[in-house]
Design a protein around this ligand. Sequence first.
Ligand code: UDP
Length: 314
Amino acid sequence: MSDKPDKFIDDDGLRLDGRRFDEIRPMKIEIGVLSRADGSCYLEWGKNKILAAVYGPRTLHPRRKQIPDAALIRYRYNMASFSVEERVRPGPSRRSVEISKVSAEAFEPVVLTKYYPNTVIDVFTEVLQADAGTRTAAINAASIALADAGIPMQGLVSACAVGKVDGKLVLDLNKEEDNFGDADLPVAMTQDGEVTLLQMDGNLTPDELKESLEMLKKGCTEIFEIQKKALYTKFGKDPVLDVDDIDDEDDEGLAQIQVELDDSEGEDVELDEDYLDVDEELEEAVEVIEVEEDPDKKGISNLSDEKEDDSDEQ
Ligand code: UDP
């Protein structure tokens, strides 16, 4: 790791990479980069390089994990071994499990999971090159990949961090500011400013926290505009619907969503009923056996769950 710089902000108020205190790094978004995923996105943000892939909604196995009135959002954040200076050990770590969990929760308020009971929406994010702010970069990429997959959402999620260096708040930390700064506050929010993720390392006063949230709102709004522009460029229109289009009491809302999504790329993105029911026969057979077997003993039902588990791994 490099040494701590003497100063993070020069006499002209510029940071080590030449940005002002409230400026985000340049962001580049490419949509639909993976042909096997239902939705995908490649995102560069400063020196961060992130790939996001979305699969589903598809039937969730094992069935005991299914939510009867909603889809489960399963989110994986992973850092490639080669993404940082010091090789990252492959496989899940405490850090990646935590980031995966909070990132899934960052999408729960906006993804309309209630339309896809018993299914799973898988979101995979891979950090190919890291330079601070990777969890927020991954959320920004995942948001686009979800839209590309035609998953109905109330809006996009945008994410950014604020930190403190030389006693001053700065937006979108670079690596030196993240590693040697006094605070790191990653936040995700909807386009309406509803916070869906907030974490904090270090210390901020209540006033600083208030100011940080204002800066984050500005940063996330700028990111939202970049995301929206990328979607418009790809689809000719924003495939994420306005929340007003969704009527809770009426499935016409969903039908409308599907129509808009179908129109957006000329592709059929409706849920494939046959696909979702592909394991129905097998499950019915297993259910019969479950009734005959003592459910408390380890039996065929448990074995079948394990088998289904294996078959569902990516
Ligand atoms: N980092 C690293 N090795 C690790 C984890 C992180 O070199 O195992 C670096 C990487 O550049 C990352 C930065 O430290 O972007 C900040 O990590 P943090 O845990 O704050 O998460 P992030 O800011 O990337 O969301």
